[in-house]
Design a protein around this ligand. Structure first.
Ligand code: SF4
Length: 243
């Protein structure tokens, strides 16, 4: 077996926000997007992060197994975990025989993502914008691959949690809600759900700490905006959840 190094920014246990139950969450270094609201801007650079072999990570996960209570397991997030695709796939494959619950949180832009579907019990995927142009304008990458991955998931998976970060001035208008609903509604099925996350500024200070400029302004959504956005999605038969 090939043992590849994987670069990890940080790791720790988290309950229920990164998949079901208590999970060991690995933040993998590097992201191909540059979202100006990112709460982990230190994860964007592909140059940083300590390399560790997938075999060493596997051992660490196996000795943590008693902590995976309430249906927990291991989650790979970022940054963007699929940026280190081969190492991630190798690790997920190594984990399979042990029956440990696996989860990925991804921005959905990697065209190889469907290769990981059968290796991933719980898939969390962003769907940040219905308009590819708008997504590209803000993050540098459009949504075509996200949509094709969503279609592939709809054909072959029984579980998917989609997430929309709701941001005033970016994607939070009633027209935006209708735009999301038009794309998502035909692709949702039993076991698929959507979580709308309101914009926050938790990562703001980190931008300056890493010599980067935080440019978001007037991005908070009101209660009325949030409720209206959610009601339009619900009226289009999209199941909403809160984790
Ligand atoms: S995709 Fe996620 S990790 Fe990457 S820049 Fe955007 S918010 Fe940050």
């Amino acid at each position: 077996m090939v043992i590849t190094d994987i670069r990890i920014l940080q790791k720790g246990f988290n309950y229920s926000q990164d998949g079901p139950g208590n999970r060991l969450v690995y933040h993998l270094q590097g992201c191909n997007l540059h979202c100006p609201w990112c709460s982990n801007p230190e994860s964007m650079s592909t140059a940083e992060g300590e390399g560790i072999s997938t075999e060493a990570v596997l051992k660490e996960i196996l000795i943590s197994e008693l902590m995976f209570f309430d249906g927990g397991g291991v989650t790979f997030t970022g940054g963007e975990p699929t940026l280190q695709f081969d190492a991630l796939k190798e690790l997920l494959t190594m984990l399979r025989p042990y029956g440990i619950s696996t989860a990925i949180e991804t921005n959905g832009t990697n065209p190889r993502l469907p290769e990981l579907f059968s290796l991933t019990d719980y898939l969390i995927m962003d769907f940040k914008h219905h308009s590819s142009d708008k997504l590209r304008e803000y993050t540098g990458v459009g949504n075509e691959t996200v949509i094709s991955n969503l279609k592939a998931a709809s054909q072959s998976r029984n579980q998917l949690l989609l997430r929309i970060p709701l941001i005033n001035g970016f994607n939070a208008s009633e027209e935006d809600a209708a735009g999301f609903a038009k794309i998502l509604s035909p692709l949702m099925k039993d076991g698929f759900a959507l979580e709308v996350l309101r914009y926050h500024e938790y990562g703001k200070d980190k931008w300056a700490q890493h010599g980067m400029q935080y440019t978001m302004q007037d991005a908070f959504v009101t209660d009325a905006q949030f409720d209206k956005f959610c009601s339009i999605l619900k009226n289009n038969s999209i199941k909403l959840v809160r984790t």
